[in-house]
Design a binder for this molecule. Sequence first.
Ligand code: SF4
Length: 437
Amino acid sequence: MDEQKPIHPEVVEKNIHLLHQGFVNWASLAMGKPPALGDFRWTDDLILATWYMAEHGRVPANGLEYKVGRSGGGFDRLDLKFRPESEWIAPETAVNLTLPLNRRSDEAGELAQRITIGLPFYGGGMSYGSVSEQVMLSRARAAQAWQTFTCTGEGGYPPALLPYKDHIITQVATGMFGVREETIQQARIVEFKYAQGAKPGLGGHLLGDKSTTSVAQLRESVPWVSLFSPFPFHSVYSVEDHRKHVDWIKAINPDAVVSVKVSTPHDVDMVAVGSYYAGAHIVHLDGSYGGTGAAPEIAKKNIAMPIEFAIPRVHKYLAGEGIRDEITVMASGGVRTAYDIAKAIALGADGCVIGTGDLVALGCTRCSNCERGRGCPFGLTTTDPELQLLVKPEWGAQRIGNLYRAIAGQLDGILRRLGLTDIRQLRGRRDLLVYRK
Ligand code: SF4
């Protein structure tokens, strides 16, 4: 549960600003509670700290909590066990944060590109329609600057992203919206989205007022008509079916790295092993805490397994199968901070996928109006021709890039204090975690 604490002066200042714009109600301010800024997971402090990092490229030194939220569970109940200062890695010793994504030593590994990202995370799928082209461009530019990736989500591949194609993952999901041969051919990584941790079993839903003419054109659908992505893929009910999907991608683009995004049902360990045998290079576990404000709360809180349970389960099962070093495990679903990334890796993931953090860097307040066409006051989760102009891609890329710089700096510091020189040495080191009572 949330604990009572004094309201930070910056929260008050920011909310007075929001108040003037009409986004915060007077009653919540008058009651002396932190007003409509965040929730127990993305707290007011975490949002403000992320804004600071997006502005300055470093963590705030003014008392804002930038490491954990106040959910009372998950990553917020785990601490990293640092060594005494005398055992820290010295500043002159380099620390490696890079992560290879294709580790397979078999033919599937040989045929595909050997991609290594500069940071142990990349940006998760957000479709054109769920967010604006300006937001997609901001993310793509930041991904390029930091030698990592961002993902198109399920909504097609806007041509404006083409200059950044070496840093774009294209997604194939159940609605097959915008899936075209040429976009698969130009992608270095193709992601199959089987499910989303925030709403497993429910598929996707884009409301009609977000399906503008340009969105519909890319999705090859009818403008202003709601679009549903069904669950599941009706062509996949087994590992063998999944293998056919992977083979289909490889027939179109033989050197593509293939990722499989799955939610976290109770048998997620079997799903991960099946993904490997189907030929995937990456299994992306999407736990239950993620999703934008468009994901129903009841689904987010009640269906999938929390990511901190799913990661060690999959890690152990893959190791038992003798294939742990053959497949990359990426984790998402509520990964907010550098500390969350380090904890996810210590639990057994190779790296993480972040989404909401990018939006918060661009000004998101977690107000949960994402599903409506003109609901986002900051022009993020919109394709409205006027509202989307609130984000300039140069500005957005700078903000997200600054956030990545701050995260990279923190990960470097975390590794040094753990006595490690490579992010890969942290994987599965559950002995470096303590449960906060
Ligand atoms: S509507 Fe905009 S500000 Fe509100 S949660 Fe969605 S992205 Fe964030």
